[in-house]
Design a binder for this molecule. Structure first.
Ligand code: PMP
Length: 405
């Protein structure tokens, strides 16, 4: 199978629009990716032809919708090679998936228990654990990040000990693009007797993930970064881990029996899906994954790397750009500071050229502090970006520079 970004682009209606009279160059896919027609049509098609609430119906539309919703769970399983669809919990996104684990697993923790994170975590994988620090006196430890943006594995190992109960780490950093040595992290954490949660919000888009090979306990990802809709994400949990977790929210669908005196709970995954779930969004996510499966994922990854390297090559070591995160094997994310310019101003000027990049802390304040910056600008590349766009980005950076030089 070959891969041609120009053909792919035609499947994304939004990429045909202009911004400030210029063709849109969308370099903000790490924040949220655009949607192919396959996803748009799957959701519209469900609303037009087969929609009702799931699981509780006897009538045909309820059954058809339930089948579509559960088919999406199977696609979500296949994407990460989970052993069973019962290990796939639909959530609102990565953030809710991590909150679910922190909240439910947190009930087994006590003061002095330790959670090991890394300095490169997104706030989604920091704040839920801070809740446990505030409420229970759990201790948070942050594994250090090296100057090139790679994880300091020696430093990580030093933090593991008999009190470590959970290691929660990003598979791929949304700022640095670093891809962490997750097999090693899981192995070391398990050897210390801790469970592992991996934040796969970025990684799942760019790399093949196999939760069984990784032997990871929990894995979280979001639909909207994966060319699917917002409002849907996945928490994978090993069957025995999910079985041991108390419920997160209470309501319909997550119960066994409810009386005035007592309740029993449903088995996973329904135990963690209280209320009417994001049905259309799950169908959209399933469509996104099925669509991705029609592509050669290795060729896609190679293309994204080529885009990143094209930018680096064209910048040709420009001393007025400082890249944050240069770890070997990193993903196609280019975070940078421009000499003399605030990241927000850079992003605003680039927008005038039709180029969308993100600027700010990227929800990773500890990491910003680690690198001694208050903000960075970030271009993130996706399968629909072209080498011509990478060149236009570098040209626009050169022009932007003249405002500050
Ligand atoms: N973790 C990482 C690494 C992310 O990049 C993001 C999204 N920026 C999240 C977690 C949170 O994902 P969501 O907002 O979809 O819940």
């Amino acid at each position: 199978m070959s891969f041609d970004p120009h053909t792919i682009r035609a499947e994304f209606p939004i990429l045909g629009r202009e911004v400030h009279g210029k063709p849109l160059i969308y370099l903000d896919s790490a924040a949220s990716a655009q949607k192919p027609r396959a996803v748009i049509q799957a959701m519209a098609g469900a609303m037009e032809h087969a929609y009702a609430n799931v699981h509780r119906g006897i009538h045909s539309l309820a059954n058809e919708t339930t089948d579509a919703y559960e088919k999406a769970r199977e696609s979500a399983r296949r994407l990460i090679n989970a052993a069973s669809a019962q290990e796939i919990v639909f959530t609102k996104g990565t953030t809710e998936a991590i909150n679910l684990v922190a909240s439910s697993f947190g009930q087994s923790l006590k003061a002095g228990d330790e959670i090991v994170l890394t300095q490169m975590e997104h706030h989604a994988n920091i704040v839920p654990w801070h809740f446990l620090r505030e409420r229970l006196g759990v201790v948070l430890r942050f594994a250090p990040v090296r100057e090139d943006g790679s994880l300091d594995m020696e430093g990580f190992r030093r933090l593991l000990g008999p009190k470590t109960r959970m290691v929660a780490a990003s598979h791929m950093s949304n700022v640095l693009g670093t891809i962490n040595p997750v097999s090693e992290i899981v192995y070391e954490a398990h050897a210390a007797g801790a469970l592992v949660l991996l934040d796969g919000a970025q990684a799942v888009v760019h790399a093949k993930v196999d939760v069984q090979a990784l032997d990871v306990d929990f894995y979280a990802y979001s639909g909207h970064k994966l060319y699917g809709p917002t409002g849907i994400g996945v928490l994978y949990g090993k069957a025995e881990r999910l079985a041991a977790l108390p419920p997160y929210q209470g309501g319909g669908e997550m119960i066994g029996v409810v009386t005035e005196e007592a309740i029993t709970y449903a088995d996973p995954p329904h135990r963690f899906e209280a209320g009417t779930p994001p049905i259309l969004e799950a169908i959209g996510l399933g469509a996104a994954i099925d669509w991705l499966d029609t592509l050669d994922r290795d060729a896609v990854a190679a293309h994204e790397h080529a885009l990143y390297h094209r930018v680096k090559e064209r910048l040709n070591g420009a001393n007025w750009i400082t890249e944050i995160g240069t770890a070997p094997g990193k993903g196609a994310i280019f975070s940078f500071a421009m000499e003399g310019a605030h990241a927000h101003d850079v992003a605003q000027i680039l927008d005038r050229y039709g180029i969308a990049v993100r600027a700010g802390t990227h929800c990773a304040e500890p990491l910003m502090r680690r690198f001694g910056v208050t903000a960075s600008a970030r271009a993130s590349f996706a399968l629909y970006n072209t080498l011509e766009e990478a060149d236009a980005f570098v040209e626009a950076l050169n022009r932007t520079r003249t405002f500050f030089a």
